[in-house]
Design a binder for this molecule. Structure first.
Ligand SMILES: [Zn+2]
Length: 276
């Protein structure tokens, strides 16, 4: 069943509550995994008073609600507001996906308040996850920004790079946002060329992951080096190199991310058949 918007109405059964204050989500501090997400029949029972509440579907046969609160004080001493990103790998994957959905939709509620065409207020569109303008009939949907992420292999080595945005010592596979009018494969070739000045071939789909910071969709690929030597652009990428599986950089992306899945794919040896 497609989730529909529900505002200000409490469910009658116990539900999972993804409660946000700014970019932080309410958690049971001492709990682990599933129990980190507060459950209650209503926001009031939980001790929070959201100005926005959205039904975002179900998990484990329980309804899931996203809520946005103005006050950043946890309702009890056993709770705290936490950033979402460190929860990757701490929450079960499916539950992190629900938290990501909640975060994206709350962000959308906050930022899509007025019509981008005529500036009149936007209203929920009945039966759809959409907003509509009563003045000019504009309809808008939650934005999703696709980005590619690529594991490039050459002679049994993996291309890893340090971005100027990363902390010192952290290396990952290359990634970049898809531009208007571009295919995913064109984006792979352009990003690799722009950031490290090499050409790639044999681009193959690997998998995808929602990346709710705030609304990306990461699309993973593997590729083979085709031509050129690495020359980091020194803008987005300040260092890059070819690494063997037994001599990887000390700091890699955390488990649970698509970038780490690509690196683990290389380490597992599945890339061997693809090396030049
Ligand atoms: Zn309008």
């Amino acid at each position: 069943m497609r989730p529909v918007e529900k505002t200000g109405t409490a469910p009658e059964e116990s539900a999972y509550w993804f409660v946000f204050h700014r970019d932080r989500m309410l958690l049971n501090e001492a709990a682990q995994g599933l129990a980190m997400i507060p459950t209650a029949a209503s926001a009031e029972e939980l001790g929070v008073y959201p100005h926005t509440t959205l039904c975002i579907g179900q998990y484990n046969d329980k309804p899931c609600f996203a809520a946005d609160v103005s006050m950043g004080i946890p309702p009890s001493r056993s709770m705290r507001f936490s950033e979402l990103r460190p929860l990757i790998g701490m929450l079960p994957d499916q539950l992190f996906c629900r938290a990501g959905t909640a975060f994206q939709l709350i962000h959308w509620e906050r930022t899509w308040r007025f019509c981008p065409r005529c500036a009149a207020p936007l209203y929920p569109k009945p039966g759809e996850r959409a907003k509509t303008c009563h003045a000019c009939s504009f309809t808008g949907y939650p934005p999703i920004s696709p980005a590619v992420i690529v594991a490039v292999v050459r002679d049994g080595k993996l291309l890893l790079a340090h971005s100027s945005r990363f902390r010192a010592g952290l290396y990952s596979v290359l990634a970049g946002f898809v531009e208007a009018g571009e295919t995913l494969e064109e984006c792979v070739r352009r990003e690799i060329r722009e950031e490290v000045n090499i050409e790639v071939a044999d681009i193959r789909y690997f998998g995808s992951m929602s990346w709710p910071f705030p609304h990306s969709l990461m699309v993973g690929f593997t590729a083979r080096h085709a031509a050129g030597e690495i020359a980091a652009d020194q803008a987005e990428i300040d260092d890059a190199g070819w690494f063997t599986a037994d001599a990887l950089p000390e700091l890699l992306p955390v488990k649970g991310t698509l970038s780490r899945q690509l690196i683990d794919w290389f380490v597992s040896g599945e890339a061997d058949g693809r090396a030049e």
